[in-house]
Design a protein around this ligand. Structure first.
Ligand code: NAP
Length: 248
């Protein structure tokens, strides 16, 4: 069955890979992004080249009005959202917590915690059957950091992802009776731009060697798990947190 999917932070990295894989299934895919217009355009072209329909929406996940606007624009172009991928996220510069910049921590919490809650809230309002919705699926993008803690590098980031797991456990129970399945994916060390943004461009390759599988993962490998959770093949899966970590 064809679906309408909204992926936050879909212009680059894991969100982009999810969007393109949804496109391969022939689904309609809206992506949000915050600043990189060129990357967003390229992702839409890749979704369409893969066989789907694509739409890019500039919307800051941390702004409530932008979140509502992104759902409105998606519904207008493609119909009601069947799958919401709560993916937009950032990390702070690698350091111990005592040395972190408080402003960076504030922005992290705004996007990774507040933004994720805004996104999940909006999806719940629109998908819940008791509110006139037709059900759906939410996939929250957590991280292995939620259970590893990232000591010395990013305990602030790890704590923000711990909130994704907890959100998933609670909301999955709240929304299952509403026809909405809520799950999470916990990627491990994945080669994307996020490591350079943390000031450690070689991080995924370097730490990938310590992963039981012996290497870092790819965004495409994470996307496989996300798209499975979005699909009807996962119709009895709710409240699950899927590790895509190479055994880490
Ligand atoms: P990335 O390559 O840095 O891409 C980040 C994406 O999020 C971009 O599309 C960016 O848009 C968008 N974005 C950033 N801030 C946003 C905001 N306020 N509103 C809307 N979109 C925003 O990151 P990634 O590695 O793919 O990470 C994606 C998710 O996976 C994050 O939640 C991250 O925490 C999680 N994760 C990543 C890893 C890893 O190793 N890579 C591991 C575990 C979990 P622009 O292009 O406009 O900047």
């Amino acid at each position: 069955m064809s679906k309408t999917i909204l992926v936050t932070g879909g212009s680059r990295g894991i969100g982009r890979a999810v969007a393109i894989l949804c496109g391969k299934r022939g689904w309609r895919v809206a992506i949000t992004y915050v600043s990189n217009d060129a990357a967003a355009r390229e992702t839409v072209a890749a979704i369409e080249a893969a066989g789907g329909r694509g739409l890019a929406i500039k919307a800051d996940a941390a702004k409530l009005d932008d979140v509502a606007m992104a759902f409105d624009a998606t519904e207008k172009a493609f119909g009601a959202v069947d799958g919401f991928v709560n993916n937009a996220g950032i990390a702070t510069q690698v350091s111990k917590l005592a040395d972190k910049d408080p402003q960076e921590i504030a922005r992290l919490v705004e996007i990774n915690v507040l933004g994720a809650l805004y996104g999940a809230r909006e999806a719940a309002r629109r998908m819940s059957r008791s509110r006139g919705g037709k059900g759906g699926v939410i996939v929250n993008m957590s991280s292995a950091a939620a259970r590893l803690g990232m000591p010395g590098e990013g305990v602030d980031y790890a704590a923000s992802k711990g909130s994704m797991d907890t959100l998933t456990y609670g909301l999955s129970k709240e929304l299952a009776p509403e026809g909405v399945r809520v799950n999470a994916v916990r990627p491990g060390m994945i080669a994307t731009d996020i490591h350079a943004a943390m000031g450690a461009p070689d991080r995924a390759e370097r730490l990938g060697k310590t992963v039981p599988i012996g290497r870092e993962g790819t965004a495409d490998e994470v996307a496989e798990g996300v798209v499975w959770l979005l699909s009807d093949a996962a119709s009895y899966v709710a409240g699950a947190v899927l590790d895509v970590t190479g055994g880490r």
